[in-house]
Design a protein around this ligand. Structure first.
Ligand SMILES: Nc1ncnc2c1ncn2[C@@H]1O[C@H](COP(=O)(O)OP(=O)(O)OP(=O)(O)O)[C@@H](O)[C@H]1O
Ligand SMILES: [Mg+2]
Length: 472
């Protein structure tokens, strides 16, 4: 039942409103002045009110004060002001301060019933919306990882399940699929979250530097070792250690890592003492590590030690349903960082995204959006600001005609047909080595029709247009 507070210093008005609203099925409480009303509004022990109806003009504390106290308590509680015909100016001021509406005395019963109903409806919608937004965030986002596809949902589940365990994890996936993001999510969802997350890219340093970074060194261990140095493994003690691109680590280091995994022990470079640590190891590899094992470039025993919990991140093209969500997310991100106000993306541009192959996965999508937003002069991302390469690759799909449209989508037919026509002309010309006659035959066109179309697309003298050639 909705709970309404009626505030008026006149008993007659209070009773009238109270009886009328109770008849409508609302729960009503009353206050005979501003001070009493504010006490009720601020009383945390009471259930929250759904609506306040207050007279504006009251001795001592007036309706405007009740309004601001209510908004302070909860800005979603609508406040309806009652005013004498003579003082609509104050009513307007009240609206500016956030009142939902005002009614002038004398008013009709139907009038107030309707306003009350609408105000409560609006509040309900607002609440639902807030709730939904929270829900959506929960549902589609996990520690900054965006995606609602079944594949990503499984990854979130896995992250939750393994977060608190101490077993090693091997995250694999193509470049840009979010391996590091997932490693961090595991750490920040684990009971080690208050301890350090330290990451090292095993492919980015020469062997001896990597070794002393990981394990530290003793003074004098090598020419430049002027003093003792703690290794990153020691710095990560108690936390999580992320070994990125583990497949790139040299065999000599793989041996030492194996010992860390098995015994949580290592020696510094040039050291003799064993150092004990407690770290959770997460490794990432974007190549097929198993293949590296087969070729003898990666130790099999280390592979199996890491492979205790494998997490395989799907490429973006295998979860295309996440693309719109990611697009929104990155638009928001770059709006903020670039001080832009892009509202969304055009249908056609989104279609292109959904058909493109995304070899560079989420990172590539992120970069494409960043670029498009920088170039965009309107308030949505349009086809024009995507590179030709992406458009061509996305539209040259074999199943273009069938795969492009789904139920509720809108595409610009002319725009797309033009694009397809141009692509096919260029492909035919390429196949024919630039010979127009032959190309026309491939497309079952007359010479004249071919020439007309080439002119229309500004493809000059066959294929000698560099830009077009590059697009092939
Ligand atoms: N699901 C996702 N939601 C939001 N952002 C993502 C997602 N996946 C990746 N990203 C973003 O894409 C970029 C690349 O992610 P990350 O560095 O984790 O990928 P990676 O798999 O480690 O790539 P690489 O193998 O090239 O190192 C980052 O900016 C990351 O924030
Ligand atoms: Mg990475």
């Amino acid at each position: 039942m909705n709970k309404i507070l009626v505030v008026d210093d006149e008993k007659g008005m209070r009773d009238f409103l109270s009886i009328m609203l109770k008849k409508e099925g609302y729960e009503v409480i009353t206050a005979d002045g501003g001070a009493e009303a504010i006490d009720l509004v601020k009383d945390n022990s009471l259930d929250l009110l759904d609506l306040v109806i207050t007279d504006i003009k009251m001795p001592r504390l007036d309706g405007l004060t009740v309004l601001s106290a209510t908004r302070e308590r909860d800005p979603h509680i609508p406040v309806i002001m009652i005013t004498a015909f003579a003082s609509t100016e104050t009513a307007v001021e009240a609206m500016k301060k956030g009142a939902y509406d005002y009614i002038t005395k004398p008013f009709k019963v139907d009038e107030i019933k309707l306003i009350v109903k609408k105000a409560l409806e609006k509040k309900r919608l607002e609440e639902e919306n807030i709730y939904l937004k929270g829900e959506l965030k929960e549902k589609y986002q996990f520690s900054n990882i965006i995606g609602k596809s079944e594949k990503m949902m499984k990854i979130y589940d896995l992250i939750r399940k393994v977060a608190d365990s101490k077993s090693a994890i091997l995250i694999s996936g193509e470049s840009g699929t979010g391996k590091e993001l997932v490693a961090r999510a595991i750490h920040y969802n684990s009971n080690r979250r208050d301890m350090p997350f330290v990451s090292v890219n095993c492919g980015a340093m020469p062997e001896n530097l990597l070794e002393s970074e990981l394990f530290g060194h003793e003074k004098g261990a090598f020419t430049d070792a002027y003093r003792d140095k703690k290794g990153l493994l020691e710095i990560a003690n108690g936390g999580t250690f992320f070994l990125d691109e583990i497949g790139e680590s040299p065999l000599s280091i793989q041996v030492k890592l194996l010992r860390v995994l098995q015994e949580m022990e290592f020696k510094k470079v040039g050291g003799t003492k064993d150092i004990k640590v407690d770290v959770r190891i997460i490794a990432a590899a974007n190549k097929n590590l198993q293949e590296a094992v087969a070729k003898g470039r990666f130790r099999e025993d280390l592979f199996y030690r890491l492979h205790v919990i494998p997490i395989d991140l799907p490429p973006l093209r295998e979860r295309r349903e996440d693309i719109p969500l990611l697009v929104d997310y990155f638009i928001g991100k770059f709006n903020k960082s670039g001080n832009k106000n892009i509202r969304g993306i055009s249908h056609n541009a989104l279609r292109i995204f959904e058909n493109y192959n995304w070899q560079g996965n989420v990172r590539e999508l992120e970069n494409v959006i960043e670029r498009a937003i920088v170039l965009e002069t309107s308030d949505i991302i349009r086809l024009e600001n995507l590179s030709d390469e992406i458009i061509n690759k996305a539209t040259r799909k074999k199943d273009l005609t069938t795969g492009f449209l789904s139920e509720e989508e809108v595409v610009d037919l002319e725009e797309i047909l033009e694009k397809v026509e141009k692509d096919l002309l260029l492909i035919a010309l390429k196949k024919s080595g630039g010979a127009m006659n032959k190309a026309a035959k491939l497309l079952n066109l007359s010479f004249r029709s071919m020439r007309y179309r080439l002119q229309k697309h500004d493809i000059k003298r066959g294929i000698d247009n560099d830009k077009d050639r590059n697009n092939l």
